[in-house]
Design a binder for this molecule. Sequence first.
Ligand code: ACO
Length: 324
Amino acid sequence: MTRRAVPIGIGHYLPDRIVPNSHFEALVDTSDEWIRTRSGIERRHFAADGQLTSDLATRAARAALENAGISAGDLDGIIVATSTPDLTFPSVGTIVQAELGMTRGFAFDVQAVCAGFIYALCTANAMIVSGQADRLLVIGAETFSRIMDWTDRSTCVLFGDGAGALILEAQEGAGTAQDRGILSTDLNSDGRYREMLYVDGGVSSTGTAGKLRMQGNPLFRQAVEKLSQTAETALQRTGLTSADVDWIVPHQANIRIIQGTAKKLNVPMEHVIQTVQDHGNTSAASIPLAMSVGVADGRIKRGNLILSEAIGGGLAWGAVALRW
Ligand code: ACO
């Protein structure tokens, strides 16, 4: 028998304020048409003034707990993937822990920008498989609207706020690719590319939070290449092929990246969950948001093989193959 990290509940939260592309036409020299055709984004959600990353994370966590039919006291730990924490410290994880009324176990944050949820899933999987934890809440939560330069048309139109949460539980599997749960993982980073996507402020440099800076076009080319490689690696580690993939649940940065990666993987777009049009790029929140939408609308079913991949600042990228 093989110990597996199996999904038992999922949920998400999006702030009430929906911002259409037309909003940006008054801010910068752009158009709804440019944003739609170059990125696939039609609208995104922005957190209200005073609404923090931990608020979004807590809402998503409550939805996932309800979906799983368990309470916060049943968890051994919380891992939050975020690059937009409420404060420099403590972690968003510990704030969520307190909000949920969970007084035992542990909580911490993982920071790998848009690849954050994949990194958090890999961490949770390692802890569960090694017996350090039996039940973990893994959250991706971001308020990227807070690090936008509203005068930079090449970035401010692309990002949104939101949170998604997944609960993983240790269960025994047969040790085959038919098991439910996380079947394989692949993580990568290469700090030589760090100037392609970064925030120009920080605690030990400027003492400010800073604003997001991105070289969109070179990053685009890196993204398709690296995402297809990492997804292919994760899939190969399961012993399965692209014909076995029920759903690609990709990081939602740009519809053209999603299409290019699916094509390289030889998976038709009918097997790809797309939320970029409604959410924009929500960084670490984008995969659990898309997964939660796919489960809620009935497309993702028990036993389906899911392949998730993401790339973000660092560069950091990775993939997870899991059976729902
Ligand atoms: N409206 C109108 N024109 C614009 C806008 C805008 N909002 N933004 C840029 N342009 C212009 C540019 O200035 C450029 O004009 P020029 O030719 O006169 O110089 C032209 O449009 C083309 O710009 P490109 O950057 O070449 O456009 P591209 O087709 O590459 O699309 C985009 C830009 C959408 C940013 C794309 O490159 C992309 O999605 N990149 C990857 C983003 C990504 O994957 N990020 C990783 C995850 S994010 C994270 O980790 C936080």
